[in-house]
Ligand binder design. Structure first.
Ligand SMILES: [Zn+2]
Length: 425
């Protein structure tokens, strides 16, 4: 359905992302939701088309706050070096973005890319050359010289002035988020997962620039001290946070720092192991992280730290399109299905400061939603199988309808749907 005209989805179970469930209708006009209600739609909506969704469930489009659209989930990463590599990376990112969208994710935040590949992807989407989820972009991540990610997605900075300049360069190119590398990581050889990398002063300078521009900042941080450095520097979110301790959790609560816990990638690295070609040091690092991650996730949740969903899709064995595995793991770690859905919708939109536009099914917000053939409150894992996601609506347009095999491939989107700016704090 490619019309701007009024249409009403009726007779559906609606999980609206605010915590409530009703049996009713949802009316869309243009890109926006104009009304959601209980029971049958009122007469005022009868002029438009009516779509009977008997037996089906509507949920908000899911939000993944941590992906790498340029990376292909290969066991070993090859950094793109030549201009041709970068051109290919844009095409790859376009395919990965479509796979992500078709798995039910209608908004992503990309957390680091080589060169300006992500910005080129956004231009392609705005020009109608491809269809992507809403894109919030970081450009290159800021890392210290030799720090985690430098070969693949980082720009090396040393000292607050260089960090500030690099942040300004990403913002100038169109970044919605500044990504900082606060500790070592699993994938960079020689970088220790627990070691602090960028200093508080370096991160603070970059965070200031992000906030001055009305944008947000995220820090990759596994180990205790690096996490605390990032919190003190004022980042909006800690990414991964596998080894966060009680003091770190208190600091996050005090400052309202969010946790994007990315459960999927660490499990996938251990699951596939060296037999699948992952270098042994990376597997060993992941093994040491997984237990700490489960414990710290539970502790953060119990303490009331704000949680948003991220998957690190694109890293080895975490393919684009498997993003909703993360909800399965959240439930495995003790959440109810409703809680996991709220994290992946309402709460993620709050972390991104886009809750005035997306994240719940309420009048005035963008019409980003999924039509499911079963109830995810009964079984959250059905979201892992895209066959259960019968329709995907983004910005009021049906981008995929598995019942009619309709797939929107491009040329139909205006700028409205892509890269809506976060609300300044
Ligand atoms: Zn990442």
């Amino acid at each position: 359905m490619q019309t701007d005209a009024l249409r009403t989805y009726c007779n559906a179970r609606i999980i609206d992302g605010t915590g409530s469930v009703r049996h009713g209708y949802l009316a869309v006009e243009g890109a926006r939701i104009i009304e959601v209600g209980e029971g049958d739609p009122p007469k005022s909506l009868s002029s438009g088309a009516s779509i009977d969704l008997q037996g089906r469930t509507i949920v908000p489009g899911m939000i993944d706050c941590h992906v790498h659209l340029c990376m292909d989930a290969e066991p070993k990463l090859d950094p793109p070096l030549t201009p041709q590599d970068h051109m290919l990376a844009v095409l790859r990112a376009g395919r990965n973005a479509l796979q992500t969208l078709h798995s039910g994710v209608t908004t992503v935040r990309d957390c680091g890319t080589p060169g300006e590949v992500d910005f080129a992807l956004r231009r392609a989407a705005q020009d109608g050359l491809c269809i992507t989820p809403r894109l919030l972009l970081s450009g290159q991540a800021l890392c210290m010289t030799g720090g985690h990610g430098w070969q693949f997605l980082g720009t090396e900075v040393d000292g607050p002035d260089e960090a500030r300049r690099a942040a300004r360069r990403q913002l100038k190119a169109g970044a919605d988020n500044i990504k900082l590398i606060a500790t070592g990581g699993i994938l960079t050889q020689g970088s220790q997962i627990g070691n602090a990398e960028l200093s508080i002063e370096e991160m603070r300078a970059a965070v200031e620039e992000a906030h001055n521009a009305g944008k947000i900042a995220a820090a990759h941080a596994h180990g205790g001290q690096g996490i605390k450095n990032a919190i003190l520097a004022g980042v909006n979110s800690i990414e991964h946070g596998y080894f966060i301790d009680a003091e770190g959790i208190d600091m996050m609560l005090e400052r309202g720092t969010w946790l994007v816990a990315t459960s999927t990638p660490v499990r996938n690295v251990v699951l596939h192991g060296t037999e699948a070609g992952i270098p042994e040091p990376a597997v060993a690092k992941a093994r040491s992280a997984i237990n700490a991650h489960v414990a710290s996730f539970k502790a953060a949740r119990k303490a009331g730290v704000g949680l948003a969903m991220g998957t690190d899709a694109g890293v080895p064995f975490t393919g684009h399109g498997t993003n909703l595995d993360e909800l399965h793991y959240m439930v495995e770690m003790g959440m109810t299905p409703m809680e996991a859905i709220l994290v992946a919708t309402r709460d993620s939109s709050r972390m991104l400061k886009m809750d005035h536009l997306i994240g719940t099914l309420e009048a005035g917000k963008y019409a980003d939603f999924l039509v499911l053939d079963a109830d995810p409150l009964q079984n959250i894992s059905l979201l892992r199988n895209p066959d259960h996601i019968r329709q995907i609506v983004l910005n009021g347009r049906t981008v995929l309808d598995r019942d009619t095999s309709h797939v929107l491939m491009g040329a139909a989107f205006s700028n409205v749907g892509v890269g809506a700016p976060p609300r300044p704090s």
